[in-house]
Design a protein around this ligand. Structure first.
Ligand SMILES: [Zn+2]
Length: 1096
């Protein structure tokens, strides 16, 4: 027995594993040198159907070519087809009937559809109190000074869980074969590409600067009277007009594209500025960008530089000056720095507690024992040892988990491990799954659980010898012993009713009421489905999808269709007893697409014709979901309902709703009711859906208020998605709708899922945010979970943590795959623990913090007044920063605002959350929009919340046309717009092309094919396809932006000074907003005051 062998064979699993092409059982059998009890079971037996990494390319479809008329702002009610005009109606609750397919008559002869006048209710919002006088504002803003504060250097983070260095060559990188089965039987793979080295730490994020600081030089002095007085909560900042100079006509001198000055090492600012910004500190790593002009009140740390009066001296007669926006932390700069510093090296996960690159940086991940940041991101990777410390810092400890995240093609999907009939190996006490952190002891006969310390016996078939470091010699042959993420095939014990599941089903449920028919939706959808059904999710190399499909249409009654392959024509069954929903047919309702293709095509051809003359305007909603759920129940399978719905369900039926929209409630204690469902019926229904593994995706096409807050309850609780297309018209909106639909139908989904997050002793998961249901305090139940959905989990201490052992998370997701296979996906992550607060602040991730805080706030509005929620966020942010100031920063004057390096964007990002539509709506934002955004954000990942709250603004003509890369972004402020340029702005949901009034005629011609600015159609949503470099580049960029986002962003062309510009300016989040949201500069001043109050 050779227990001393130090170089175990390399893992037989490669780093990339495109399709799981079947690794052979033999890969796991007797490895050379393993003389111990053989491992008889085929751990990797047979071809394991893989996760389909990318959906098959869609068939090419005609794109709309018509130039759309000016888009309405999508908020205005369309003013047509006013429901609510009809009474509750005579509802025929007769017995259900079964009829043969026929042209379906309009069921209710409403002669005409009255138009409802819509009165908008402008709301005056003064959330921060009356605007200060101009004297106050200038005093507040007068010359804040930047200076550096570098926290004392601390030892590097511990290397807790990485395998010993001696094994590094074995673990460094997995051979890139991608094939388990590619090795000859019983042989170790060649030692190729072992270049990775666990001991080698990837570059730490921007090491030297630990803090960013700003000084109010006159603090405590005579110059800043308004800073010394107590600031009433929510009062007193947000300087109005004078703090918003409109620089559109003259581009700011900061013409250097961000990025140019950031590529090099930190250095002095460009000469043209240097003498004018004496407060600029080299340690800032360029993060604050060059100042733009003389800063009269700035102190001067440079010997010989002009002194502007920061030191005691004669009072300065200079005029007060607003805080220079270039002198405060810039998101653009931070993003650029991270890209430059961390974008070139892969992120290797072998080291405990490493902060990953930002979500805005492109990087590859090598799994060496911790889950990729694509699966889990944390607010901090170094958490306080005690709850007292955690309370002091107020930094929320949370993980944003995306268990089924899609990976780039270069990265391997998690390997599937099959432990045969015995199932996955788990700790007997806490039920944690085998993972790289489990400690094998007693020569390998037992293992100690890393989560609860329980000692467990190793089953004979799993026994393996240990090497001289105490590691199992087969550690690198087994994903569950060497990787952060992997899957287990589940045994029947993990299945409902102890029965392996059937493949899931998709049911398409189409509103065929008057509005749906009139807008062209039904015809468009039926036409699309004919081809889209060929692209249902498949697994691995499967020839066809295992998913069965069914079809229902409805208005105030439901029509089920028998599409059995043996039928010559589809058959319709009508169920009008919506109060007691049942499924009138079982056989022939859910079918295989290929087998029933002819009948399905016939049905999809007939549906638009059958209802073409309908006058029925009323719809039901809850009974539709009930019917779909009952159908899945009858078929004993999980699945997804795709609902296409147009109106408030006012027909007499369970779940009937009334129009209760009331904008007068905004800024009152009752505002929360706008976000709450108006009936509990939908929660009850959702619970039944979850029990059945019935996920609901809802596509809404409202012309008016439809009560999204209530209609989205079931999608929200079943892990589904909601899409909303206000005032849908085929010619304007089909591209967006079809694109979303194709993506939604094709995406890989885990069904009937349960997620559990286990933690090592000392912390535990206490709170969860996302689209799911919980019937107890630990299990997150998801009827469906797709690769876009994220669950944010908050942790609290329940004991003291240990610096040496760190803290561990294990997320286990049990789900049914698209092919009906029951699986467990496991993600493990080890974090560091600290006794010094500075370590916490040094290892935070602001983007994740904002994800958590936004979700926390967006849930808070369900129960608390919106103002309370906003104030809570501000207070928490101030406490976080004050704690840093007090405990971590070098001593400095109280007038300095000092921000931890990792959190220097916290104020700007938090301000964006505070002034978002949910927390501070503008007059044009509808109640439905707010409810919609609220539930969208709830399951967003970190990258999505990042761009959603701080949009990207890309100048298009500054960079060379031939440049293939995206142009560097500029800050989201009107000051950054040059009227001689054009810009793209995107936030993941919206996409604008802003055209400056003085753009060169050649540019206008190249992009729009018109001869002057005035001829450009405002609100245009499609750029003409022109054969010139600029047109190609801009259209290519638009396509590329769309491809990066999970939802299709419809383009809106906005001309400078046009009325649509107001809509666009809403997204310039560094500026003061129309709804009263503070500008970044003002908010930073306010935050500074709050912090000083806490410190005094
Ligand atoms: Zn345990």
């Amino acid at each position: 027995m050779n227990v001393n062998q130090s170089a175990p064979p390399l893992p037989p699993f490669g780093q990339s594993q495109p399709v799981y092409p079947g690794y052979h059982q033999s890969s796991y059998g007797g490895q050379p040198g393993s003389t111990a009890p053989p491992t008889p079971y085929g751990a990797y037996n047979g071809p394991v159907p893989g996760y389909q990494q990318t959906p098959p390319p869609g068939v090419s479809r005609a794109q709309p070519s018509s130039e759309a008329p000016p888009a309405s702002t999508a908020q205005a009610p369309c003013g047509q087809a006013a429901y609510g005009q009809f009474g509750q109606g005579d509802v025929q609750n007769g017995p259900s009937s079964t009829v043969q397919m026929q042209r379906f008559p309009g069921s209710q002869p409403f002669g005409s559809v009255p138009l409802a006048p819509v009165v908008s209710q402008p709301t005056v919002l003064q959330p921060y109190g009356p605007p200060p006088t101009s004297a106050q504002v200038t005093a507040q803003l007068a010359g804040m000074q930047i200076s550096g504060a570098v926290a004392p250097a601390l030892p590097p983070v511990g290397l807790g869980y990485g395998p010993p260095t001696s094994l590094a060559s074995a673990s460094g990188s997995f051979p890139n074969s991608g094939l388990y089965g590619s090795y000859p039987q019983g042989q170790a793979p060649p030692l190729s590409q072992a270049q990775g080295h666990l001991g080698a730490q990837p570059p730490q994020r921007s090491a030297p600067p630990q803090a960013s600081s700003f000084t109010s030089p006159a603090s405590g002095g005579p110059r800043m009277p308004s800073m010394t007085g107590p600031l009433l909560s929510g009062q007193g900042f947000g300087g109005p007009s004078l703090s918003q100079p409109n620089h559109v006509s003259s581009p700011p001198p900061q013409a250097l594209p961000p990025g140019t000055q950031m590529t090099g090492p930190p250095g002095p600012p460009p000469p043209m500025h240097s003498s004018q910004q004496p407060g600029y500190q080299l340690q800032q790593n360029g993060s604050f960008g060059p100042a733009r002009g003389p800063q009269p009140n700035y102190g001067s740390p440079y010997p010989g530089a002009p002194t502007f009066g920061s030191q005691p001296g004669p009072p300065q007669p200079l005029p007060p000056k607003r805080l220079d926006p270039d002198a405060i932390p810039s998101p653009i700069q931070v993003i650029e720095d991270d890209r430059n510093n961390r974008g070139s090296e892969p992120f290797v996960t072998g080291v405990r507690g490493q902060v990953p690159p930002l979500v805005t940086t492109n990087f590859l991940v090598k799994d060496q024992g911790n889950a990729s940041p694509r699966y889990i991101r944390c607010t901090s990777y170094n958490i306080p040892c005690t709850s007292d410390m955690a309370k002091q810092a107020q930094v929320p400890l949370a993980a944003v988990i995306k268990p089924l995240a899609r990976l780039p093609p270069e990265e391997a999907s998690p390997y599937v491990v099959d432990h045969g009939e015995s199932g996955p190996l788990r700790c007997n006490r806490c039920k944690a799954y085998m993972c790289p952190f489990m400690q094998f002891v007693e020569g390998g006969r037992r293992f100690q659980c890393c989560f609860c310390s329980c000692i467990n016996d190793v089953p004979p078939q799993y026994f393996q010898h240990l090497d001289h470091t105490g590691k199992r010699v087969d550690a690198y042959d087994r994903p569950e012993l060497s990787l952060g993420s992997y899957e287990f095939l589940a045994t029947v014990d993990y299945c409902k009713n102890n029965k392996f599941p059937s493949p899931p089903a998709f049911i398409f449920m189409i509103d065929v009421s008057y509005n749906a028919i009139r807008s062209g939706l039904v015809r468009l959808l039926c036409e699309e489905l004919k081809s889209l059904l060929d692209f249902l999710p498949r697994e691995g190399g499967a020839e066809e999808s295992a998913i069965r499909v069914g079809f229902v249409t409805y208005n105030k009654v439901l029509h089920f269709y028998n599409v059995k392959s043996s039928l010559a024509q589809p058959q319709m069954m009508v169920v009008s007893d919506v109060a007691d929903m049942f499924v009138p047919l079982l056989d022939g309702f859910l079918v295989n697409v290929n087998e029933s293709r002819a009948v399905i095509t016939s049905l999809l051809d007939q549906i638009p014709e059958m209802f073409a003359d309908t006058r029925e305007t009323e719809t039901v909603f809850a009974p539709v979901i009930q019917a779909g759920m009952e159908a899945l129940k009858a078929a004993e399978c999980a699945g997804k309902l795709f609902l296409f719905h147009t109106s408030l369900p006012i027909a007499e039926a369970p779940g009937k709703l009334k129009n209760r929209d009331d904008r007068k409630l905004i800024n009152t204690d009752k505002e929360k009711t706008l976000f709450q469902p108006q009936t509990g019926a939908y929660q009850t229904l959702a619970k039944e859906c979850v029990a059945q593994g019935c996920c609901v995706d809802l596509f809404l096409f409202p012309n008016q208020y439809v009560d999204v807050a209530t209609l989205s309850v079931v999608p929200q609780l079943t892990g589904g998605s909601v899409y909303k297309y206000a005032c849908f018209q085929v010619e304007n909106d089909q591209e967006r709708f079809l694109s979303d639909l194709r993506r939604d139908v094709q995406k890989v989904v885990g069904f009937d899922a349960v997620m559990r997050v286990r933690t090592s002793t000392g912390i535990r998961a206490v709170d969860f945010f996302g689209a799911f249901y919980m019937s107890n305090t630990t299990d997150v139940e998801l009827a469906g979970l797709d690769g876009d959905k994220t669950v944010t989990v908050e942790f609290k201490h329940d004991d003291r943590l240990n610096e040496e052992s760190g803290a561990l998370l294990q997320c286990a997701l049990l789900y049914t795959s698209c092919a009906g296979q029951r699986r467990l996906r496991i993600h493990n992550l080890a974090l560091n623990c600290c006794t010094q607060l500075a370590d916490l602040y040094r290892n935070c991730e602001t983007d994740t913090l904002i994800n958590y805080m936004a979700k926390f706030a967006y849930r808070g509005v369900l129960n608390s007044p919106v103002k309370t929620v906003r104030d809570t966020l501000i207070t928490q942010c101030a406490q976080i920063l004050a704690c840093y100031r007090k405990n971590c920063a070098s001593p400095s004057s109280a007038g300095q605002l000092i921000l931890p390096e990792c959190m220097k964007l916290l104020p700007v990002y938090l301000n964006c959350v505070l002034k978002s539509d949910v927390l501070q709506p503008g007059a044009e934002v509808t109640t439905d929009d707010r409810a919609y955004v609220r539930q969208l954000v709830t399951s967003m990942d970190v990258a999505e919340t990042n761009v959603f709250f701080y949009p990207r603004l890309l100048p298009l003509t500054k960079s060379p046309i031939e440049s293939a890369t995206e142009p560097p972004a500029v800050r989201a402020s009107e000051e950054r717009l040059s009227n001689g340029d054009i810009y793209l702005l995107e936030n993941g949901l919206n996409l604008f092309l802003w055209v400056g009034a003085s753009v060169q005629q050649g540019v206008v011609q190249s992009l729009f094919s018109v001869s002057s600015f005035s001829q450009i159609t405002s609100g245009l949503s499609v750029l003409p396809v022109l054969d010139n470099p600029l047109s190609k580049k801009v259209r290519g960029l638009i396509d590329s932006l769309r491809a990066q986002r999970s939802r299709y962003m419809k383009l809106i062309v906005v001309k400078q000074e046009d009325k649509l510009e107001m809509l666009f300016k809403h997204f310039l989040v560094e500026d003061k907003s129309l709804s009263g949201g503070a500008s970044y500069v003002d908010f930073l001043c306010h935050m500074h005051k709050e912090i000083r109050q806490l410190l005094s």
